[in-house]
Write a protein that binds this ligand. Structure first.
Ligand code: URP
Ligand code: ZN
Ligand code: ZN
Length: 470
């Protein structure tokens, strides 16, 4: 591969901001040069006035997830290409073990879906939907394949749900092997009672999805997950944290020195229960945990948590379902007409995360540019065993690089986005930055609003153990 040089930009990592040129060879960063050098390269990219940042790492996506009788609309091909457009160069998706299935078979099925289709590099967590003796053995096997984190659900009884006994057994195994348990912390058994009662009262609109899934039940589940992690010694990472009650539990655990971490997602930082109103339009915003009441202060607490490192990561939980029929998967959100509990849970967002967090975070003065890089790329890499190959701009790292124009503005709309879904949760929002150029392993895959890569450029990333112990 020929030499590439990114000139004149401001390189931002989690800890530095430097006037430096980035020299790339063989897909890797080979030098960070002061401006006074004499190096020339076959491919030169001018980043004058722009930020040069590590490619984003989205550690929570669901391409083609089977859910509620349909499948998340993005395939690995469409979803990873959309991610690239938005400045994300690595995803960690969730392979699924369903009840009665072997976990290895589940992982292999997801490897097959992804193989040869991805625009960017990818890894997998494993959803362990059926903890039993065989699954516990398979966790070890999966770790040898680079799957070092396992997602469990305290929500969705009868689907992905695990009871406390299963959680304890998986946590014991994770503690033994050094794996991370990712937890969907909502008390699904209690929530289902409130769901039934609401439906019996004729409360069938999407809004009630947000009302019955009470924030206190996220707090309760987070507390229980933390105690189970404490008693077993497992590392715990709470996914898609939305509620201040859950954040309080994480803060308490971290103050006690436990290895407890958490992510939140743009939808919880920017959207609210209000978006679930407006009749069936609210179905666009049905995800779990649900969007929260802004007036109750959840959003402010999440932003503060990101500033203070009580929250370590922003991921998307990208899990799109169309409002109209999907050409391949048929009826999606409409499955829940007349019964909010049948609306497939999930929202699109893999393309929007980097620009949203820069705009709402850095441009609005809530976090600085270093922290932006840390929560969108560096900590995700460290948390899930990809650092320093991914998540930073340093000699020896993969040249996964984004040139971000922080003076350009643009408007989000489903008419121009690249996700295979017929709406945007942020339709009409003006962003105060724009991903201009994206390199994956040294190759320009996005420039001038055009994709230059090929499905299959993205490679499977076997991951190591978590490197994050802050
Ligand atoms: O609503 C959501 N979050 N859908 C995806 C599945 C999950 O729980 O992460
Ligand atoms: Zn979840
Ligand atoms: Zn998810």
């Amino acid at each position: 591969m020929s030499l590439t040089l990114i000139r004149n930009g401001t390189v931002v990592t989690a800890v530095e901001k430097m006037q430096a040129d980035v020299l790339i060879d063989g897909g890797k960063v080979v030098a960070l040069l002061g401006r006074e050098h004499t190096v020339v390269a076959e491919n030169e990219i001018d980043a004058e006035g722009k930020l040069v940042i590590p490619g984003g790492i989205d550690v929570h996506t669901h391409m083609e997830l089977p859910f509620g009788g349909t499948f998340a609309a993005d395939t690995f091909e469409t979803g990873t290409r959309a991610a690239a457009f938005g400045g994300t160069t690595t995803i960690i998706d969730f392979a699924v073990q369903t009840k009665g299935q072997s976990a290895m078979d589940g992982w292999e099925a997801w490897m097959e879906k992804a193989r040869g289709n991805c625009a960017i590099d990818y890894g997998f967590h494993m959803i362990t939907g059926d903890i039993n003796d065989q699954t516990l053995k398979e966790m070890e096997q999966l770790m040898r394949e680079g799957v070092t984190s396992f997602k469990m659900f305290m929500a969705y009884p009868g689907v992905f749900y695990s009871d406390d006994g299963q959680i304890v057994r998986a946590m014991q195994k994770a503690a033994e092997d050094g794996a991370t348990i990712c937890m969907h912390a909502e008390n699904g058994i209690a929530i289902d009672v409130f769901v039934q009662q609401a439906l019996e009262r004729g409360e069938t609109d999407p809004l009630y999805h947000g009302i019955v899934r009470k924030s206190i039940l996220e707090g309760e589940a987070a507390h229980r997950a933390i105690k189970l992690a404490e008693v077993t010694g497992a590392q715990l990472y709470i996914v898609h944290l939305s509620a201040k009650e859950a954040l309080d539990e994480v803060i308490r655990a971290r103050d006690e020195g436990l290895r407890v971490y958490a992510e939140t997602c743009p939808q919880y930082l920017f959207l609210s229960l209000d978006d679930l109103g407006n009749g069936f339009e609210g179905a666009k915003y049905v995800c779990s945990p649900p969007l929260r009441d802004r007036a109750a202060g959840h959003q402010d607490r999440l932003w503060r948590g990101l500033r203070t490192n009580d929250l370590q990561v922003v991921s998307t939980d990208h899990c799109p379902f169309c409002m109209g029929d999907h050409p391949r998967f048929g009826t999606q959100k409409q499955l829940g007409q007349g019964d909010f509990s049948k609306i497939p849970n999930g929202m699109p967002g893999v393309e929007n995360r980097m620009e949203l967090i820069y705009s709402g975070g850095v441009a609005e003065g809530r976090i600085d540019a270093n922290r932006f890089v840390e929560i969108t790329a560096t900590t995700p890499a460290r948390m899930f065993g990809l650092y320093p190959r991914k998540g930073t701009i340093a000699v020896g790292a993969d040249a996964d690089i984004v040139i971000l124009d922080t003076k350009a503005t643009h408007v989000i709309t489903a008419e121009t986005h690249h996700m295979d879904v017929d709406y945007s949760a942020y339709e009409g929002w003006e962003l105060s930055c724009m991903v201009e150029t994206v390199l994956s392993k040294g190759k320009v895959i996005i420039s001038d609003g055009t994709y230059h890569g090929n499905p299959g450029d993205g490679e499977y990333l076997p991951r190591g153990l978590s490197q994050y112990h802050n």
